[in-house]
Design a protein around this ligand. Structure first.
Ligand code: WQD
Length: 344
């Protein structure tokens, strides 16, 4: 019998790519989403890619404890991957209570519902933001976390701690894996699913593709006086399909009983630092176009350089990032053109 994975926030950017990889790896998936920050474009795309026209979709908000409980009571759920959360750093500074309420309440409800149903394997979608401005790079899972610089970052740290404590107290009923993502970018090679930011994008790659298609006039590169080789910030850009595959490895590890501890943490990155300017140049080269960009002042809150040491995920989970920056940027551009054709 197929194992079933519940994907909360499964209609969003990361959730939709993970759903595709889980289905293709032979898992059954229940997608649950309240569509607060996405429409049905990606969910429809998932159905097309996988041929699963009957893919179950539950429209629900995990802040509704009774609904969360019902979902776990009515389905045999072998693992849950929790994506359902707000994720805009700047917005979280302006609306901290909204972020704490949504991101903490929804996760607490997932954990309580899972416990009441007798236990579950829980994968939490965390972020490299928990490392803040690291003292040394690359960062390993043992690199100390730094105090969060935004309510968004704080919710990631708090949810990490909540899961760790809940697992510890659960006497084996709960198992947990925290995946700390670096900078997820790109789109599915089919160009049927990808990132759909609302309004002006905060993140670099959607801003690049929207500038290239003419939706934005000019990309501002925030800071060219950082102490890095070309003066722009260094990040670890991880292809969204590679990232999605890490979730399949983590879910199998939990379900197949391969964990070495009841709560484990893995960095999900490439181990390859890329500067903003290098990324822009690679985008121009692989897609054969010129991007309108200018240098602008530094953006508040940006760290100079952070990239992953992914050795633990490579060795323990047998997962490794495979796609090149060029492949990823070509996919991101194909997705933007697909959105343009759809009039989005
Ligand atoms: C990358 C680089 C910018 C936009 C954030 C969150 C993190 C995670 C991913 C997710 C930086 C530069 C950007 C632009 C630019 N969260 N940049 N011009 O800040 O590394 O990480 O997103 O949900 O938690 O903090 O990603 O894509 O915003 O920026 O020059 O218009 O691109 O300064 O150096 P970041 P990013």
């Amino acid at each position: 019998m197929k194992k079933t994975v519940l994907v909360s926030g499964g209609a969003g950017f990361i959730g939709s790519h993970v759903t595709v990889e889980l289905l293709q790896a032979g898992y059954e998936v229940i997608v649950a989403d309240n569509f607060s920050n996405c429409d049905t474009t990606c969910f429809e795309g998932v159905k097309k890619i996988t041929g699963r026209v009957d893919l179950p979709l539950v429209k629900m908000d995990f802040c509704d404890a009774a609904a969360a409980e019902r979902l776990f009571a009515e389905n045999r759920i072998d693992a849950v991957i929790h994506f359902a959360a707000f994720k805009a750093v700047g917005e979280s500074v302006a609306k901290p209570l909204m972020y704490y309420k949504n991101n903490l309440q929804s996760f607490l409800n997932v954990l309580e519902a899972a416990e009441k149903a007798g236990g579950c394997n829980v994968l939490f979608s965390s972020s490299a933001t928990v490392y803040g401005e690291p003292d040394t790079v690359p960062v390993t899972e043992k690199t100390p976390r730094k105090p969060a610089t935004s309510p968004y970052g704080n919710t990631k740290q708090m949810c990490e701690d909540i899961l760790r404590d809940a697992v510890k107290a659960s006497e084996g009923r709960l198992k947990g894996i925290l995946l700390r993502y670096f900078n997820p970018i790109g789109a599915h090679p089919s160009a049927l699913i990808g990132e759909l930011p609302r309004g002006v994008p905060n993140n670099l790659v959607p801003f690049i593709t929207q500038t290239a298609i003419g939706k934005r006039e000019c990309l501002s590169i925030f800071g060219n006086d950082y102490p890095t080789p070309d003066g722009t910030c260094l990040r670890d850009y991880i292809d969204i399909v590679d990232l999605a595959k890490a979730h399949v490895c983590a879910v199998s590890r939990m379900i197949d009983g391969k964990m070495k501890e009841d709560c484990e943490v893995f960095n999900i990155g490439t181990g390859r630092p890329v500067s903003v300017l290098e990324l822009v140049n690679a985008f121009e080269k692989v897609n054969g176009l010129k991007l309108n960009y200018k240098f602008a002042p530094r953006r508040a809150g940006d760290v100079t350089a952070i990239w992953a040491d992914p050795t633990l995920a490579n060795e323990e989970m047998g997962w490794k990032a495979e796609r090149s920056v060029e492949q990823t940027l070509a996919a991101a551009w194909a997705w933007e053109r697909h959105l343009h054709e759809l009039g989005l």
